[in-house]
Design a binder for this molecule. Structure first.
Ligand code: C2E
Ligand code: CA
Ligand code: CA
Ligand code: CA
Length: 279
């Protein structure tokens, strides 16, 4: 009503600070970013600890803004979710990552896989399973070479519905991973009902693993849990040799982090793959 309108007016005009302005600007620019080809993907290697080889890549979106420069996803993924723009953006990420991964495979890196982060909006999209099947068919990427990273909160909003979607995705043959594991509020009882393949230990636990006994215990427990549930387990945010030693000691399967490589452009990732073949 009128009252609300006036309150809004009073609230916004004097209080419109830099942050709110930036938000408005980013939201406006986000609408045209896809058409203007301003997004790109960086890829971060996932390294298998048993073989020491790169076995996968996580696709991470970047926004090359014409004035602001490189904008990190932390600054626009939330907005993209609120505005619904995450649907076209997410579809672009998925297709681009699958095309890229298939190219690496055809270049002789047969075993490389790609992981894509899925947001809530995408997950709840009616035709998610069909659209992923389409992308796999169009790009020729084997389903087992695609991994979807999902968060606990995304799956816990409606557990029964989530299990239905996850089952549909599993039937396609794609791999499913729980991202940021341990930071959400999923119940262990549900874990066995979710048809997932991988647990990804959040960076917040890995960070202090060598100095904080609690973080070390939590990490060791997640690895043990994964083993018993016959899931693969990967640690993210590995930055030091000491962290790596701990993770290896506890039996972690894979690592991802600055220690090995930050997320890099596709050409750089391909270089990493080639270097590896040369040794
Ligand atoms: P995430 O899925 O947990 O991704 C891991 C984040 O940790 C990435 O940040 C990565 O660059 C960073 N990272 C990797 N190794 C290290 C390390 O050793 N140390 C430190 N300090 N950080 C490390 P990034 O790329 O800024 O992405 C942030 C978040 O944005 C992601 O967190 C993910 O939730 C979201 N995101 C990124 N790309 C996409 C996308 O294409 N779609 C969706 N829905 N979300 C995305
Ligand atoms: Ca992720
Ligand atoms: Ca994380
Ligand atoms: Ca995440």
């Amino acid at each position: 009503g009128k009252q609300t309108g006036r309150n809004n007016f009073q609230f916004y005009t004097p209080a419109m600070n830099e942050q709110a302005l930036e938000r408005l600007r980013i939201e406006g620019d986000l609408r045209s970013a896809l058409d203007n080809n301003e997004f790109l993907l960086h890829y971060q290697p996932k390294v298998d600890l048993a073989s020491g080889r790169i076995v996968g890549s996580e696709a991470l979106i970047r926004w090359q803004h014409p004035q602001l420069g490189m904008v990190s996803p932390a600054r626009f993924i939330g907005l993209a979710e609120e505005t619904g723009l995450i649907l076209p953006i997410g579809a672009w990420v998925l297709r681009t990552a699958c095309v890229q991964c298939r190219r690496w495979q055809l270049d002789g890196h047969d075993d490389i896989s790609v992981s894509v982060n899925l947001s809530v909006g995408q997950f709840l999209q009616k035709d998610l399973v069909i659209s992923i099947a389409d992308v796999l068919e169009d790009t020729g990427l084997p389903p087992a070479s695609l991994e979807l990273e999902l968060t606990e909160s995304l799956m816990m909003t409606d557990v029964e519905h989530a299990i239905g979607i996850l089952t549909g995705l599993k039937e396609l043959g794609v791999r499913l991973s729980i991202d940021d594991f341990g930071t959400g509020y999923s119940s262990l009882a549900y874990l066995k009902r979710f048809p997932i393949d991988v647990l990804k230990i959040d960076r917040s636990f890995v960070r202090d693993i060598t100095i904080d006994a609690d973080d070390a215990a939590i990490t060791a427990s997640i690895i043990s849990l994964a083993r018993h549930l016959k899931l693969r387990v990967i640690a993210e945010g590995v930055e030091t040799d000491e962290q790596l030693d701990y993770l290896r000691h506890y039996g972690c399967d894979e690592i991802q982090g600055y220690l090995f490589s930050p997320p890099v452009p596709a050409e750089k990732f391909e270089q990493l793959l080639r270097q590896e073949r040369a040794v």
